[in-house]
Write a protein that binds this ligand. Structure first.
Ligand SMILES: C[S@@+](CC[C@H](N)C(=O)[O-])C[C@H]1O[C@@H](n2cnc3c(N)ncnc32)[C@H](O)[C@@H]1O
Length: 429
């Protein structure tokens, strides 16, 4: 008996989602389907987004593989240029310990440079709902959830990233340009690990995608990496960081930067790209999971591929299964996970993690009071000192970079889903 499902066009042609499948490796698909309680079968090898299809897409180009997996990750991190080799941050970035807002803000992430930023942030809106510029209270609450849904449940500092009024007084660390204006250095960063970027680029190339629309720019490096690999890129951001905008403009002038809410802008931008005859992929890295899925439903039939980042929470994999989507999860395809999963990416990201450890040691040397948990005289615990320290340095001794946390990115996952515009025979090979 065949243990997989061949995808047909009829599902989308009949304006229904049915006839989906999951991109699982043959070796453990039966067990995984039981374990995850999936209703759908695995995708057959010749179908787009099957484990075999993704393996062929990822391994088809050795230059691309070498870009994301250089043999000497330390050498790549120290000397490599982003045009030639993957790095999680560009060389023009510097760490700013204990000087930044702990949540997404528009403008500068440095508190001293942007003291009123919290008023426009979600924390500000939570304190003063009248301050919102968004169209409705309902949308405001939804955005509030989405912005902070980018939290990995396994992250040690997760709860400290949930915004509260008191967070206005908290300080965190962030990345900023090494060299300030007027000769500002290019500082861009991303929490998309190599295995995820490889999957996006490989699938998009095999599918002949011409235009990637990204919702959620933050540090801008993901947009630059898609552009370096030959795609037209539009990057949407609700709360743009000023230096990221400038860095991205100078590194990749062709990337279209749009400011606003992706829930509104994605449908408009997709419609325009289609009118221009483009083949489109959308990456949801702003709205998360079910919220993103609602926006996706508005553009489903116009796009070939969609990515939902941080997908493995809130049972989103089952949500996709119930909606009978064709879905490929980075953590569920064992063949891919063995080659380009957490373990491989920990190795690639080790030099960056070492940099975060050195930064934490330096911070301790320069500001020992931040690390003091007990009063030296009374020997009593200092109220709030433990939480303040955990916001700055995690249990592994690394400087923490909120809101999402660039450390530990090797553990993050996403899902690729087949869009309604992708018909049989659309693949380039
Ligand atoms: C996880 S970060 C994006 C990371 C980036 N793509 C990367 O790879 O490094 C999420 C960003 O999405 C933005 N965001 C959240 N909701 C949004 C929305 N509805 N529209 C546009 N941007 C949004 C946040 O302000 C934040 O900067």
């Amino acid at each position: 008996m065949e243990d997989c499902v061949n995808f047909t066009n009829s599902a989308f042609e009949q304006q229904r989602h049915g006839n989906g499948c999951i991109g699982l490796a043959a070796e453990n698909s039966a067990a995984l389907r039981v374990f995850e309680n999936f209703g759908q079968m695995r995708c057959c090898p010749n179908n787009g987004l099957s484990s075999e299809w993704m393996a062929a897409a990822a391994s088809s180009n050795t230059t691309l593989l070498k870009y994301f997996y250089p043999e000497d990750p330390l050498d790549a991190f120290v000397k490599g240029e982003i045009e030639k080799t993957y790095r999680p941050i560009t060389k023009g970035c510097n760490l700013a310990p204990n000087a930044c807002w702990c949540f997404h803000v528009r403008g500068s992430p440095i508190k001293a440079e942007n003291p009123d930023a919290w008023k426009e942030s979600d924390v500000g809106k939570a304190i003063d709902p009248a301050a919102t510029k968004l169209d409705s209270k309902k949308r405001q609450i939804k955005l509030h959830r989405d912005l902070y849904a980018n939290i990995d449940a396994s992250s040690v500092n997760a709860s400290s990233f949930v915004p509260k009024a008191a967070q206005v007084n908290d300080s965190c660390s962030c990345l900023v340009p090494l060299q300030p204006p007027p000769q500002e250095s290019t500082c861009l960063f991303s929490d998309m690990r190599p295995g995820k970027l490889l999957a996006v680029i490989a699938a998009c190339r095999r599918l002949g995608i011409t235009h990637i629309i990204e919702e959620g720019r933050f540090g801008g490096l993901s947009a630059l990496i898609y552009a370096i690999h030959g795609f037209k890129v539009t990057s949407i951001e609700l709360l743009p960081i000023d230096f990221v905008g400038r860095s991205l403009k100078s590194a990749a002038p062709g990337v279209i930067q749009v400011e606003g809410d992706g829930a509104v802008l994605v449908p408009q931008l997709v419609a325009k790209a289609r009118r221009d005859g483009e083949r489109v992929a959308v990456i949801f890295d702003g709205e998360k999971r079910r919220a993103a899925y609602k926006t996706y439903e508005k553009v489903r039939d116009q796009i070939h591929l969609v990515v939902f980042d941080d997908s493995y929470h809130e049972n989103f994999h089952r949500h996709l299964d119930r909606h009978e989507e064709v879905a490929w999860h980075t953590n569920l395809d064992r063949t891919y996970a063995n080659k380009y999963g957490t373990k491989a990416d920990i190795t690639q990201l080790a030099p960056f993690e070492q940099m975060l450890k050195r930064a934490a040691v330096k911070l301790k040397r320069q500001q020992p009071d931040l690390f003091r948990l007990k009063d030296p005289v009374t020997k009593k615990w200092i109220y709030g000192a433990q939480q303040r320290l955990r916001r700055l340095v995690d249990k592994e001794g690394r400087l923490v970079l909120p809101p999402g946390g660039l450390q530990d990115m090797a553990h993050y996952h996403f899902v690729l889903v087949r869009g309604g515009a992708w018909k049989l025979g659309d693949e380039l090979w």
